[in-house]
Design a binder for this molecule. Sequence first.
Ligand code: NDP
Length: 312
Amino acid sequence: MEKNTVKVLIIGSGPAGYTAGIYASRANLNPLIYEGNQPGGQLTQTTEIENFPGYPEGIQGPEMMEQLRQQALRFGARIESKTIAKVDFSSRPFLCVDEDGNEVLAETVIVSTGASAKYLGLSDEEKYRGLGVSACATCDGFFYRKKNVAVVGGGDTACEEALYLSTLAKKVYLIVRKDYLRASEVMQKRVREKENIEILFNCNTVGLFGDDGVEGAKIVEHKGTEREQVFDIAIDGFFLAIGHKPNTDIFRGQLDMDAEGYLITAAPTTRTNVEGVFAAGDCADPIYRQAVSAAGTGCRAALDAERFLMEH
Ligand code: NDP
């Protein structure tokens, strides 16, 4: 097993982790980035990014993440394509152990582990995972060309996924539990204008069915009211787009977090409750969750780590 001693360990990639890597390496801190099992994070599962400043024509998510990665490498960041499985923040240097049992002793740690898609919690989601259930339209949409699919959720992600799928699938149901979409106006308009997207307002999915894969979903409209009615829709693909859960389980009991698991930082810094441990990006952001705001906190975390190392 290897033993590595580093000034800055960055756990997680994505815009926050790579930006922290760019800043820390330019400050000669030789950061080590553990990029995890989804290098580049959530943006590698998206299509076009239109709102990151500097790309007037937009850019594909995976391409932007590869550019950030290359930029971090260019200044000397080292990257491990593995996950950190365990951390001990009780004393410094912090002991972090990766999935293969290799140990990293880190003088500072920047946590940028991001967030993962949420599921409804139906047992059928487990049963049909990979057999019609997905939380990533851009990864799996291709399998549903000229078929019927459903997307659950009423936010920007759901609209984006529905729009993307509408270019491939025959028909897209957008299953929304309230009587309105919470997505931005521009996304709502695009969805409404698509002929092959049907919005099912006030609807909840209570089950999926099918022999070898998803063949349909059981929907309850106006659940719990006098108008309640149950019906089935015939679909081959069921896509979740109902928000995200921060990837912070390995820090439980060591770093302060809110009820949902988002890490708590001492605003306006990225300091956590453990001196020398900083948090950046979606794992510490229940509000904005944008690529550009994640990159911004990655920058701040690297500057905070640099300052901390100078003072200690
Ligand atoms: P949001 O939290 O904005 O939306 C989640 C949606 O899922 C809501 O409609 C919510 O319903 C619904 N939902 C949550 N739980 C359930 C459930 N158990 N059953 C049914 N429906 C459920 O998450 P998003 O991922 O869409 O967006 C996160 C952030 O990222 C937002 O700030 C968004 O603006 C941003 N974003 C921006 C994009 C862009 O600018 N292009 C693209 C994608 C995301 P309800 O409304 O009832 O709570």
